[in-house]
Design a protein around this ligand. Structure first.
Ligand SMILES: [Zn+2]
Length: 288
């Protein structure tokens, strides 16, 4: 079973250290602390590009830094938003890092990228407009003007297969590579449950009436901070009414067709293991 991208982050997030300014200060000057540089949100990998490049504090430039947690040896790990000038290693975008590091190390990239990106885009108080300060090792921002605390965003997205009998629905958005199909997806809106979001998206995008939504699995997707929630729903018919602004095409595929596409030998191409859609399709194709 291939690993699902960005899951399985091996760090202990150590909330007790985040909440304790003295412990956090000690972690920062810990002789074995490890620092992951993100230069313009691109993580620094080793020169061979097959592992994260963990720098020592004195090796990195200056910039906002967040506490990621403790590794298995108990070493404090940080991510820092600064230029990678002078460091050996290779900058790659976080998608490429997810592909290259096909295990929990990509989860560290997801944590670091989402958090540093949030700080970049949330420097001012959403309540009163004053500048805010990073707090709790990067897990909140505090406004000294009005006292408000702000927390990192996680944006839920439902991604789903409508199924009916032995067929599942896949679709392609405008701009997908030729022959590429995936599960349908959309943001959860305020005031709806995950089940309601699944039913609404399938109705809006494909004109399908669906019910009996069941959860399959979820995945952090750090572009910038989505949580992909994979689900399967039962469709009441095979009749489609495609919303042409959302989708270019949608089609029903059988389990064997789906298994072939996942293996790279089908008449259409499926998403790679980096994406939860791959695992959702595999889950269904294997009859689960
Ligand atoms: Zn404020």
């Amino acid at each position: 079973m291939p690993h699902m991208g960005y899951t399985g982050c091996p760090l202990d997030r150590a909330d007790h250290i985040r909440r304790d300014p003295d412990a956090l200060a000690l972690a920062r000057i810990h002789g074995q602390s490890r620092w992951l540089v993100l230069d313009n949100l691109k993580p620094l990998l080793t020169p061979a590009g097959d592992d994260l490049y963990w720098a020592r504090r004195e090796e990195t430039g200056e910039g906002p830094a967040v506490f990621l947690g403790l590794d298995r040896e108990g070493r404090p790990c940080f991510a820092i938003d600064c230029a990678a000038d002078g460091l050996p290693g290779r900058l790659v975008d976080a998608r490429a890092a997810g592909m290259r590091l096909g295990d929990g190390r990509a989860g560290i990239v997801a944590e670091a990228r989402s958090l540093l990106d949030w700080h970049r885009r949330h420097r001012f108080c959403a309540n009163c407009g004053a500048p805010t300060d990073m707090a709790k090792g990067g897990w909140s921002r505090h406004c000294n003007a009005c006292g408000a605390d702000h927390f990192p965003r996680v944006d839920p997205v439902v991604i789903m297969l409508a199924v009916r009998g032995d067929h599942a629905l896949v679709g392609r958005q405008h701009g997908f590579p030729a022959g590429f199909f995936s599960a349908l997806a959309g943001f959860v809106e305020p005031g709806e449950s995950l089940e309601e979001a699944v039913v609404r998206e399938l109705r809006e995008e494909a004109g399908l009436a669906c019910h009996s939504v069941r959860y399959v699995s979820s995945q952090p997707w750090p572009f910038p901070s989505s949580l992909m929630i994979g689900a399967i729903a039962e469709a009441e018919s095979h009749e489609l009414q495609i919303d042409g602004t959302e989708l270019e095409e949608a089609r029903w595929v059988s389990r064997p067709e789906c298994a072939q596409a996942l293996a790279g030998s089908g008449s259409w191409s499926a998403p790679p293991p980096l994406a939860i859609a791959h695992h959702l399709l595999r889950h269904w194709a294997e009859g689960r």
